[in-house]
Design a protein around this ligand. Sequence first.
Ligand SMILES: Nc1ncnc2c1ncn2[C@@H]1O[C@H](COP(=O)(O)OP(=O)(O)OP(=O)(O)O)[C@@H](O)[C@H]1O
Ligand SMILES: [Mg+2]
Length: 276
Amino acid sequence: MNEQLPVELLNDAFNVFRDASKKLEEQYALLEDRVDELSQELAEKNRAIERSRRLSAMGEMAARIAHEIRNPLGSMSIFATILERELVADPEKQRLASHITTGIKNLDNLLSNMLLFASSPEARLKSVNIRSVIEDSLRLTRGHERSDVSVKAEFCGQTTIMADQVLLRQLFLNLLINALDAMDEGGTLNLRTRMVHDARSYMEIKVSDTGRGINEEHVDRIFDPFFSTKDRGTGLGLAIVSAVVTAHGGFIDVVSKPGEGTIFTIGLPASREYRI
Ligand SMILES: Nc1ncnc2c1ncn2[C@@H]1O[C@H](COP(=O)(O)OP(=O)(O)OP(=O)(O)O)[C@@H](O)[C@H]1O
Ligand SMILES: [Mg+2]
């Protein structure tokens, strides 16, 4: 019996060793799979980093080009305006000259959107009269305006808030151009501002049009950069609108009925202490 004991012990030890090495092999295979998975993840992440590096370099380049284009564009705009004025006696030529001004304005708007998109806007708050910003933006839509669209603006009560005038002008310009684009068969563009005194005071701005409206399946995507249903749209307009609202700590809502029109409602805090 005593002689048999070491053999049994050896057997047991061997079995334990075999089980342990089997388990180790399984663990090793699992680890190998995990290492493969992690290497793939790492390679994918490295590709994503490389892609975003290239995109950010392209963004910087686009911003630099936009700046370069802007200066000569300013001079062209001044000369085109002078030309338009001088051609007052020749309406046909004056109409052609006005196309230059409109084209320059469209380019300028595109450049402003691109520059804001590349830099994530920050609001520099000052006391701003919303009425004059809206009137300025309406003037800047010259070239998009049409005789078959009537424009109404109503300002109830206080019109001054703490905001960034330059950013707001770009916000309204984008909303107004979209509204005019949506009414190719004519209609009404309405702008209405009023102060709301809830828990916090904010200015409510409604921009509504009686245009073609937004298809239900598109509503969730209209604020996405580069989403556009237009042949020559960049899809940056509403992305900038949304970024400007966020930079002011405000909110934006949209209600649209295909075939009837669209209402954008924006809330902007009245003063810098409050965020909506
Ligand atoms: N008032 C509106 N009525 C109907 N559709 C609208 C209106 N505003 C925006 N949209 C829809 O939302 C899309 C995105 O608008 P956005 O302003 O971001 O880009 P865009 O107008 O197509 O191009 P961009 O403004 O860069 O020239 C538009 O293509 C259009 O389909
Ligand atoms: Mg637009």
